[in-house]
Write a protein that binds this ligand. Structure first.
Ligand code: KIV
Ligand code: ZN
Length: 526
């Protein structure tokens, strides 16, 4: 029996998520090991068919993540990427073989520009494809092959190499628009052409993998599906290099909402989209633009008078899908300082969050503290508290007291912190209150980690809104993120910084220096 997943229903489109590979490859979007495991678990639970968990030969960190995700996988196929050589493919197999349903994905650039990189003739490349796909297939019965830059590859040559890959045992052929160059009509014609001309094409699954350089990734992916592709490769929030990849939430909702003209289905539970979108934004440090389709803050906000009037009479006047369909509970006033623990548990349930007694206790303490300081507590505030509670790490460093002076006369910070239980203090200045406070942390706990990202956003409206802060640190290739939320932006910033440092301390004890650093890139010659 093979583990390939050819759906019985011809209208079923497989969703292949590559947030953890193509998405994470985006400069600055690096996730920690734990964050990758968490996102993979969410993807699996959401009904994604295939998870591309990483590029195992790229670094020890990638290998460890793909192996662990494979071990923990439930329903999804777990896939790893490898270039067109035996060493890459063997390393990929070592990582994915632990999965109940493993897949090896191997690729080589086939367009004239990409063929020039390894300096192979057309015949030599064809031979390389035959050898490497055969090798992968001898290890695993589920093999995906990609001709990188397919949309700029000569049609005759593309047909020739796709046929070779199918004959060598590839069960999925992915057609990447690597540089985001194609357009919907061309995307459809390419798939149609391959289905018509390549012998054996009707026995495998064609996948479409689009980049969004011209803003057409979603349209190109859907056009490919209409022409016969049955796997869409995409990422949460469209995360990815340059302008990103096809956004998972967009293709899933487009197929759902316009089923009348695109009669295809996916296995994704759309109510889970919002939650995973928020989580990917938090851990990648790439915020979702406010007007982003489906998961943007404004995607369901109707501000103008005309719209609001229409919405009150009939929601369908301006709404083509309901906020609940994507897991967005109406942002209403939820609770106040008199609300009890049972009400909080109920609220969390409504938001789709199940917590154990200990976590409920922790969130409740944080909620009471917030409700004391903030008149109106919204769903988004509660979600931010849940995140902080989920992200709790061993407290080597704990903030005890912080006084900040800011204004036109200069900025300074007085801080008291404990370091493994020992109280220490510092008084510092800086360019702004956050800089002054970060300098105090550094004085109390000297370290060489570089601050790679500092990002602040308001959770809700109003000047008493909580600020969520994400911080990313890099110490010799060990990358950690920290986050926190508070109505005081400087406190949230310092706590996020300390959160990242606590994770760094844990990480120092776990893996050798540089374990996360990428040694190679997928752009290196096949
Ligand atoms: O965009 C691309 O070509 C890729 C391949 C590695 C599949 O991501
Ligand atoms: Zn790509």
């Amino acid at each position: 029996m093979t583990n390939t997943i050819v759906p019985a229903d011809p209208g079923r489109v497989l969703i292949f998520d590559t947030t953890l590979r193509d998405g994470e490859q985006s400069p600055g979007a690096t996730m920690t090991h734990e964050e990758k495991l968490e996102i993979a678990e969410m993807l699996d639970e959401m009904g994604v068919d295939i998870i591309e968990a990483g590029f195992p030969i790229a670094s020890e960190g990638d290998f460890a993540a793909v192996s662990e995700i494979s071990k923990r996988s439930k329903d999804a196929v777990i896939c790893g990427l490898s270039r067109a050589n035996f060493k890459d493919i063997d390393r990929c197999w070592e990582a994915v073989k632990h999965a109940a349903k493993p897949r090896i994905h191997t690729f080589i650039g086939t367009s004239p520009l990409h063929r020039a990189i390894p300096n192979l003739t057309m015949d030599e490349m064809a031979e390389r494809i035959h050898e490497t796909v055969t090798h992968a297939r001898n290890l695993c019965d589920n093999v995906q092959w990609s001709p990188m830059d397919a949309t700029r590859t000569e049609h005759d040559y593309l047909c020739r190499v796709v046929e070779i890959a199918i004959k060598a045992g590839a069960t999925t052929i992915n057609i990447p628009d690597t540089v985001g160059y194609t357009a919907p009509k061309e995307s459809a014609e390419l798939i149609r052409m391959l289905l018509e001309r390549v012998p054996g094409a009707d026995e495998i699954i064609f996948a479409t993998h689009c980049h969004n350089d011209l803003g057409m990734a979603t349209a190109n992916s859907l056009a490919a599906v209409e022409a016969g592709a049955r796997q869409i490769e995409c990422t949460i929030n469209g995360l990815g290099e340059r302008a990103g990849n096809t956004a998972l939430e967009e293709v899933v909702m487009a197929l759902k909402v316009r089923h009348d003209i695109m009669p295809f289905t996916t296995g994704v539970e759309s109510k889970k989209l919002m939650n995973i979108s928020r989580r990917v934004a938090a851990v990648s440090g790439f915020p979702v633009q406010f007007n982003k389709a489906i998961v943007g803050k404004n995607a369901f906000a109707h501000e103008s008078g005309i719209h609001q009037d229409g919405m009150l009479k009939n929601a369908e006047t301006f709404e083509i899908m309901r906020p609940e369909d994507v897991g967005l509970a109406a942002t209403n006033l939820v609770m106040g300082k008199h609300s009890g623990r049972a009400a909080l548990r109920d609220k969390l349930k409504q938001l789709g969050i199940e917590v154990g007694d200990n976590q409920l206790k922790d969130i409740f303490v944080r909620f009471k503290d917030l409700a004391d300081r903030k008149k109106e507590v919204y769903d988004d505030d509660i979600l931010a508290l849940v995140r902080v509670s989920e992200d709790a790490t061993p407290d080597h460093l704990v903030l005890k007291d912080l006084r900040v002076v800011c204004g036109t006369g200069g900025q300074s910070a007085d801080m008291v912190m404990t370091v493994d239980g020992v109280e220490k203090s510092a008084s510092t200045t800086g360019d702004g209150p956050v800089d002054a406070a970060f300098n105090a942390v550094k004085e109390i706990f000297p370290h060489g980690a570089k601050l790679e990202l500092y990002q602040v956003s308001a959770v809700t409206k109003g000047t008493d809104a909580q600020a969520t802060v994400s911080v990313r640190l890099n110490e010799d290739g060990r990358i950690v993120t920290g986050s926190n939320a508070d109505t005081d932006t400087v406190v949230a910033s310092v706590k996020a910084y300390i959160h990242a440092l606590n994770r760094l301390i844990v990480r120092r004890g776990k893996v050798g220096a540089g374990a996360d650093a990428r040694e190679i890139s997928y752009k290196d010659a096949g």
